[in-house]
Design a protein around this ligand. Sequence first.
Ligand code: NAG
Ligand code: NAG
Ligand code: NAG
Ligand code: NAG
Length: 387
Amino acid sequence: MAALLCLVALVCLCPSISAYIVGGAVMPHGALTLDPRNFNGSDNATESANSLHYSALATGRFVQSLEADIILLLTPHGLALPEPFVLYNNPSAAGNVDLNSWLPCTFAPCTYNASVQLDTHLTKRLAAALVASGNNVTTLSGFGPPGEGSLPMPLAWGEVIPLYFIQRAYNDPDREAQPGMQRTQKPLHSQQEGPQQQPQRRRRLGRRLAAQAQSQPGSSSNSGIRLSEVQHPATTASDSTALPNFLLLSMPSRRYQHSVSMVPELLALGKALFAYLDSLDARIAVLVSGDLAHTWDSAGPYGFSEQAAQFDAAVLQWARDLDRDALLKAAAKSVGEAKSCGFPGMVVLQGILDQVKPDNMHSVLLEYGHPSYYGMMCAVFDFQGDA
Ligand SMILES: *[C@@H]1O[C@H](CO)[C@@H](O)[C@H](O)[C@H]1NC(C)=O
Ligand SMILES: *[C@@H]1O[C@H](CO)[C@@H](O)[C@H](O)[C@H]1NC(C)=O
Ligand SMILES: *[C@@H]1O[C@H](CO)[C@@H](O)[C@H](O)[C@H]1NC(C)=O
Ligand SMILES: *[C@@H]1O[C@H](CO)[C@@H](O)[C@H](O)[C@H]1NC(C)=O
């Protein structure tokens, strides 16, 4: 409850003026979060699934409140190559989750769908920038020429489940603000900006300049990109329920065995993502899809390990206190036996956090639970500084 109150406070702080990496979230992708009535567990497990469901809804609302022009989604269960990270390079991506392949579905709908537009122009430039800074990244297109495939790239549970909660937030007619409208009416909004908001805005500008000063001279060519170069969804303007465009980055399959030895590389990738994306004249949100330890239950597919509790406790400490060592040392020590698909994405996020001025960073751990054999967490991150 306290966490939810904090979230409300965070949501209210979100401005719609400055442009940079504005925040992010770590979201679970367990099917039982979609409609916990379908999850027929013990009483306390069902309660935990319910809490995760409502927190995922709140996380979706937080992401929506960031008023992002672009959302970067990091997925551990996408199309993967053994070595390079993959940036999807089709104009769209879509897919669904058939609940019956995870749980017996008694409460309809039993299929959950997601569909997003990808910014192929930005995808291409981002891939080039990441490769130029030494990261092992490639674009991947399907069903047509690069950036022009007429069919969507496929999405599955790792993307569809978090996207479902975000789309719910954009669809919700009762949400307080209408960010879709604010997004396309920036001048109006700045007229409404009261005197008290000015210092806040200046501070944000300060942060932005500080970040620019940190970025290497070689990367300054990025700042030539203007908002006009960021594609907007075809359905924009009046349609405030339209999601922003996405960048979709998928982890290489070597992450299954080598996520610990990948830590320096994952941090470097986060740093390079920040250097490029934060210099754009666009609001960028970062969404990490990932679950925690998968070895909570001896009857589960990965068995039981004492490291599951160690790993999850360390990740929670990271998310709650922005405690870098908790993730990079303690969680890394346990991840081999804990088996967490979320670990690599969270380390990339840490690489981004490393570049944000500490005073401007806030995080709220909204919920954690392991109603089934794996841990799940909803955590939100705001990089916009406080009032
Ligand atoms: C839920 O589980 C109980 C006990 O394990 C079982 O009797 C019941 O049929 C299950 N309900 C559904 C809807 O699957
Ligand atoms: C997803 O699409 C299917 C088929 O159109 C539909 O039956 C189902 O209700 C949709 N799911 C949701 C959650 O809207
Ligand atoms: C990226 O992976 C490929 C395939 O294994 C490898 O040949 C290449 O050297 C790697 N590039 C970098 C920059 O690590
Ligand atoms: C539910 O209660 C049992 C027995 O006390 C405990 O072992 C288990 O960890 C609990 N599950 C959750 C999700 O809290």
